[in-house]
Design a binder for this molecule. Structure first.
Ligand code: ZN
Length: 66
């Protein structure tokens, strides 16, 4: 594969500001992230994590609460 010189500065060369506590993805300055109780989560992790956290509130329509 030929190396093509990029005209734009490579974002990967910027130092990551933080990393996701769940998947370890590096978060660069300006990337969206969510913080819960001192943990930082990336946008791919926040929804599955929230659904798991809210599992105790989950029910099924039409079912009576126990
Ligand atoms: Zn993540």
């Amino acid at each position: 594969m030929r190396y093509i010189r990029k005209k734009q500065p490579d974002l990967q060369r910027a130092a990551p500001a933080e990393e996701c506590a769940r998947c370890g993805r590096e978060l660069y300055p300006g990337n969206p992230c969510w913080r819960f109780w001192g943990r930082t989560l990336c946008e791919d992790c926040v929804v599955p994590w929230l659904l798991r956290e809210l599992a105790t509130h989950r029910g099924r329509a039409g079912e009576v609460e126990p």
